[in-house]
Write a protein that binds this ligand. Structure first.
Ligand code: NAD
Ligand code: DAU
Length: 336
């Protein structure tokens, strides 16, 4: 492959992906990003200009997408589709943009990809499988049933099904990956870990939804992205791969660890109202990915990863401060 068209490359995972690709491979990158409230070109600052292009635009804009895809070479190039409306709380408050971007945007891209026979990788989420019981040893696998809970996860499920149908009906050369909760630098302050870290850095208390017993399976964003590269290089067309690194923690455990690492008492947080339909637990079995691609996570010390993430937010207030007030204003409207 030589050029990767990376949608959503100014968002959290996409910008970390672009950084990795430019550092670790010879590929050129063309980012297509609408720069919604969640996108920030500062996340791509300092990256080598000659191998990186940027187009501001909407993945649901068929004319623009068609033009960009016309510039790709089917023999060497690929589309890596990260762009999405990604936040559950926002999807509960206003679902429409989730349909436009996650469903129509994905449809627009796969139509362009199939017309030119371009290799396509679709970034998805474990949330398409709904949730697991807290005290159940079961984990999600690629054959778990789809039963999404929120407007966000139902639009991601819809987009997965579109991609799978385009593979079968039109021979689209596509793979899908479903990852668990990511953490690391450049994550928007609306998300759980950055919200709590930046609250404490501003002298405010972390906010735990409900009882705080819900469990998420945390993975460092660089491990997600190395898995995406492994799938692009060695994944089988038409397959879905789940990405996870055995990082299950309750939200309460995460907040207590953050408080400790930030030098505050471990119980200095507030319990607030719960998210409607709040998924209880996610957990990934990544055996298929490991067996077929040889991928292994590198950042498996969660406490160390959190410590480095805190340091990143401490050092980069200029990046997150412009987003913080708007995010907290949205939460204030929700009473959370
Ligand atoms: P994010 O919200 O940080 O970034 C999304 C990016 O997409 C932003 O740069 C935004 O400007 C862009 N975008 C939104 N709508 C667009 C449109 N219509 N056209 C072009 N660009 C648009 O999201 P993220 O957390 O980096 O998630 C990236 C992808 O990974 C999403 O598909 C998400 O479903 C998936 N995912 C996320 C996680 C996680 O823990 N964050 C886990 C698994 C999968
Ligand atoms: O599992 C993958 C998914 O992880 C991705 O598909 C989504 O794009 C991503 O946003 C994330 O979804 P979650 O809803 O799990 O992430 P969020 O950061 O919003 O919340 C993580 C957990 O923390 C969840 O149980 C809700 C809880 N929470 C969240 C916030 C913002 C709190 O307790 N307090 C908070 O302030």
């Amino acid at each position: 492959m030589s050029t990767l068209l990376v949608t959503g490359g100014a968002g959290f995972i996409g910008s970390n992906f672009v950084r990795r690709v430019l550092a670790d491979t010879e590929h050129e990158v063309l980012v297509l990003d609408k720069l919604t409230y969640a996108g920030d070109q500062m996340s791509l600052a300092g990256l080598p200009g000659p191998r990186l292009g940027f187009v501001r635009g909407d993945v649901a804009d068929a004319e623009l997408v068609g033009r960009l895809v016309d510039g790709l070479d089917p023999a060497t190039d690929a589309i890596v589709h990260f762009a999405a409306e990604s936040h559950n709380d926002n999807s509960l408050a206003g679902p429409r943009p989730f349909l436009d971007t996650n469903v129509i945007g994905t449809y627009t891209l796969i139509e362009a990809a199939r017309r030119r026979d371009i290799r396509f990788h679709h970034i998805s989420t474990d949330e398409v499988y709904g949730d697991l019981e807290l005290d159940d040893p079961a984990k999600f696998t690629e054959s778990s049933a789809y039963r999404p809970s929120s407007p966000y996860s139902s639009t991601k499920a819809a987009s997965d099904l579109l991609v799978a149908a385009w593979v079968r009906s039109f021979g689209l050369r596509a793979t899908i990956s479903g990852c668990s909760n990511n953490y690391g630098p450049y994550q928007h302050v609306e998300k759980f870990i950055p919200r709590q870290v930046t609250n404490v850095l501003r002298g405010q208390r972390p906010k735990l939804y409900g009882t705080g017993r819900n469990v998420r399976d945390w993975i460092h964003v660089d491990d997600h992205n190395s898995a995406v590269l492994a799938i692009l290089e060695r994944g089988r067309i038409g397959e879905t791969y789940l990405i996870g690194a055995n990082g299950e923690r309750s939200n309460r455990e995460v907040v207590e660890t953050l408080l400790e690492l930030l030098g505050r008492p471990r119980d200095e947080y507030d319990l607030v109202g719960d998210r409607p339909g709040h998924d209880l637990r996610y957990a990934i079995d990544a055996s298929k990915l490991r067996a077929e691609t040889g991928w292994e996570p590198r950042f498996t010390d969660f406490r160390d990863g959190l410590e480095r993430t805190i340091e990143w937010y401490r050092a980069n207030e200029a990046w997150w401060a412009p987003h913080k007030d708007a995010a907290e204003a949205r939460y204030a409207e929700l009473g959370r």
